[in-house]
Ligand binder design. Sequence first.
Ligand SMILES: C[S@@+](CC[C@H](N)C(=O)[O-])C[C@H]1O[C@@H](n2cnc3c(N)ncnc32)[C@H](O)[C@@H]1O
Length: 284
Amino acid sequence: MIEDKAALKKLEDALSENYGWAMHLGTREKITAAVLKKSSRLKVAADQYCLLAASSSSELLSLVEEIAVSETFFFREPQQYDFLRSTVLPELFENFAKRETISRDDRIRMWSAACSTGEEAYSLAIACNQVNPKCNSSNVEVFATDVRNRALLEASRAKYQLPALRRCDAETRETYFENFYNPPEAPLDSRYTVVANARRLVIFRRANLMDGMFWKGVNNRFELILCANVPMYLHPVALRQIIERLSRSLRPGGYLMVAPAETSLIEHPRLKLIKEGEGFFQKQ
Ligand SMILES: C[S@@+](CC[C@H](N)C(=O)[O-])C[C@H]1O[C@@H](n2cnc3c(N)ncnc32)[C@H](O)[C@@H]1O
C-alpha cells in the first residue's frame, strides 16, 4: 500500500516531466506495482521509495525500464509498410540518386524514434532492401533510439521469437530471417535472426525524446521518421514539444509516420497529412 498520496503524486509528476508520459489509469497501476516491488526489494517504505525515485534520475530510469509500454513486432501495420515500399522509399532512393554531389557522409537518413526492442527499425531496413536490394550502409542509415537500455540491448542482439514475426509474409520471413522453419513445426521459443544485409543498416543509440540536448544534434537531418505508438502515451505539452522537434528534424519534403490510431494527434503547420487515417505526414 502507498499511504502517502502526495509522495506518489511527486513520483508521477517526475515521470511526466522527465519522460513526457500522461498519467492514465493503466500507467498509474503499473507505477504502483513497480513501487511496491522495488521498495520491498530495497526494504524501504513505499512512500519513502516514491520520494527517493522522484529525486534520483537513475532510480527514475530503472522504473521506466519496468513500466514503459514496450509492445512491438515486425511490420506492425502492414498497410503502412506497403505505402513505404510503394511510394515513400522509391521516392527517397530516386531523390538520393539525383543529388548532384554526394559526399562520403551523405546517406538517406531514417529514424525509428522509440524503437523498443528493434522490430520497427529492422522492418524499415528490410523494406529498404526490398525496394532497393543494392542499398547498404554507405547510402542508407536507419538510426534507432529508445529510452530503455534493456530494450536496446535486445535490439542489438536481434534474436526474436516467432510471435514477433506474426505479421511477416512467408517470403519476407524466408528471405530476411535466419533459422526459419515452417511455422507449424517451429517451437514457439525458436529464435530468428535478421539477416546481416538488413542489420547492417541499423544503428542503435539511447535517447530520451524529452532531452533537449539530444534534439540539437538532429536538426534537419532525416528524410523519414517513424514515431509510432508513442504519441498516444504523451501528455499534451510533451506531445506538442515533440511534434515541433520531429518537424524540425525532418528535411523539407521528408516524411513522418505515426501509428494510424495516432493520426489525429499530429497537428503542426508544416506537417501535411498525406494519407487520411494512415499516419503519414510530409514536411512542407
Ligand atoms: C509501444 S513501444 C513502440 C515501439 C515501436 N515504435 C512500435 O510502434 O512498435 C513505445 C516505446 O517508447 C519508448 N519511450 C517511452 N517514452 C520515451 C521517451 N521519453 N523517450 C524515448 N523513448 C520513449 C518506450 O521505452 C517503448 O520502447
